[in-house]
Design a protein around this ligand. Structure first.
Ligand code: 5GP
Length: 231
């Protein structure tokens, strides 16, 4: 499955992924969702996580919005037309989808289902609507993490410093921020992003613990039988 910043690595890592993260024990992958208001540092954290861990890959969404400077098709998003989006949605090719800031966004289904079955983890940078839909469809595979800014002023400053967005877009995002924040209780974990290194370490700790959940280690029965046979 492709990743945003580390596509070549991901391919190389995929065949050993399941074994490497669970001592050779067959496992089912997990889906980690990161949500936050715009400007809380979610995208930076997501990139840091996939760069520091070869066993988790970023889901690449489709969107009907146009690419911002520096964004590439097939890397940050698949940029598609409204017609193409509607076609994919109607054919059931999207695992979840939502309208955010006047555009449509959705998660292609097949790469996610393939990754799960192969014991690979997938990271999602999607909003609360997407997290709710994933929870309806794949509750046992889902780990939901909400990223909060340390305070309102910091969020405002971060939004204003995004030069590529027009002032009216920034204003709209500020209005939407409190609506997005109101969904924090629907998440399994909450990280207050005061310091990016600390938040990254916390995210890694969550990932490590979730990978060790008994139900994800499908090969445990076999593994334990081998041990007891040796006794
Ligand atoms: P942006 O346009 O700034 O890249 O993203 C705007 C918002 O859409 C962000 O909150 C992002 O998490 C969310 N988003 C991006 N892709 C998806 C998706 O596939 N599904 C959903 N539900 N939200 C998405």
């Amino acid at each position: 499955m492709p990743t945003k910043p580390a596509k070549p690595d991901r391919k190389g890592a995929s065949s050993t992924s399941a074994a490497a993260v669970s001592a050779g024990i067959e496992r089912r992958g997990l889906l980690m969702v990161l949500s936050s208001p715009s400007g809380a540092g979610k995208t930076t954290l997501a990139h840091r996580l996939v760069q520091s861990d070869k066993h988790i890959a970023m889901s690449i969404s489709v969107t009907t919005r146009t690419a911002r400077p520096g964004e590439a098709d097939g890397v940050d998003y698949f940029f598609i037309s409204d017609d193409e989006f509607n076609r994919k949605r109607d054919l059931g090719e999207l695992l979840e989808w939502a309208a955010v800031f006047d555009h449509h966004y959705g998660t292609p289904k097949k790469p996610v289902m393939d990754a799960l079955a192969d014991g690979h983890d997938v990271l999602f940078d999607i909003d609360w609507q997407g997290a709710q839909q994933l929870n309806e469809q794949l509750p046992h595979d889902l780990v939901r993490v909400f990223i909060l800014p340390p305070d309102g002023k910091t969020l405002e400053r971060r939004l204003n410093s995004r030069a590529q967005d027009l002032p009216e877009v920034v204003a709209k995002r500020m209005r939407k921020a409190s609506a997005e924040i109101s969904h924090w209780p629907e998440y399994d974990y909450v990280i207050v992003n005061r310091d990016i290194d600390e938040s990254h370490a916390n995210l890694r700790a969550i990932l490590t613990a979730e990978r060790l959940k008994r139900r994800r280690q499908l090969g445990l029965m076999q593994f334990v039988r081998r041990i007891t046979d040796q006794l």
